[in-house]
Design a protein around this ligand. Sequence first.
Ligand SMILES: *Cc1c(COP(=O)(O)O)cnc(C)c1O
Length: 363
Amino acid sequence: MPTLLPRPSILSIEPYVGGESKIPGVNRIIKLSSNEGAFGVPPGAQAAYAKLAAELHRYPDGGSTALRQAIAQRYGLDAERIVCGNGSDELIGHIIMAYGGEGTELVMSAHGFVMYDIAGRYAGCRIIKVPERNLTADVDALLAAVGPRTRLMFLANPNNPTGSILPQSEIERLRAGLREDVLLVLDSAYAEYVTRPDYDPGVALVEAGTNTIMTRTFSKVFGLGGVRLGWTYAPPHITDVLNRVRGPFNVNAPAMAAGIAALAEHGWVERSVAHNSEWRAKLSDGLQAAGITVHPSEGNFILADFGTAERAKGADAALKARGLIVRAMGSYSLPQCLRITIGTAEECSMVLDALTGFMRGTA
Ligand SMILES: *Cc1c(COP(=O)(O)O)cnc(C)c1O
């Protein structure tokens, strides 16, 4: 045993396991395991990224000014309240380190996004996981879990991996039921995919109060997971805190250029969302016709429930045999499920084919 040890909570972290990207012996693989956008990288973002190659000796703009302005313009926000980060994961970590820590509690729903647990333990928070109803966050249970030491509550809306969403009225009821000194973090990584008219990714609550923050990402609909780009929208006093603790050059220059270009890509989000809605429905209906339970999803993925862990494993193997990689859900305590990203029409059809065949074979 080395005598040099990290703080005890660090060793309670289960290292993050990303979506797989290889199958031994299979050349043509189709990766549907990380909710990356179906259409790849926007062409304008590729060009902007490449153009920066000859400028890489320069430090980036530490304030991400042009990117913040582009985001603010697109979404009708105040650029002064935006902080950009090296993926929203970085910002989630800073939020927790700044407001949580030893002796505090972080509340999340049982199948909430795993980064809250990892970053929470890193900071030394006690993590409280609250049971859900039908794989959906339960506002009453979340509120009941809040204690005097609670400083942070995380909610992804829509949630990954369940795809479930809470209506705006429930989010408002959640905020109204929380103490003023509890920070509510609304993670809206999949906001663009939501087509419900009453949906608000968190802007209204951020602007209405002093203790709600919204996180967003370029990793999903904008197809930029590889450059690591995310942002927060928060009240000024929280924005000030994040600007103190983040690295001075936490967003790299080509990532900023790619992000600005992705925002400007004409029709990109509209086309992506239309495709997603169409194929999410087709895939869900097709899988259900084959006898698989599919949970309703508002994201660019679906959660397919095979009833038992053994059957989910068999389904995963049937998909892998055709080069299709999806996400096993053991780490989310859902071993009977597979999470499947909505890919291209051809990719979705291949998934449907493989799983229909699998269900026939096991019936
Ligand atoms: C994918 C995802 C993110 C995005 O993380 P980045 O670090 O921006 O790539 C954040 N939250 C949830 C719930 C996600 O599914």
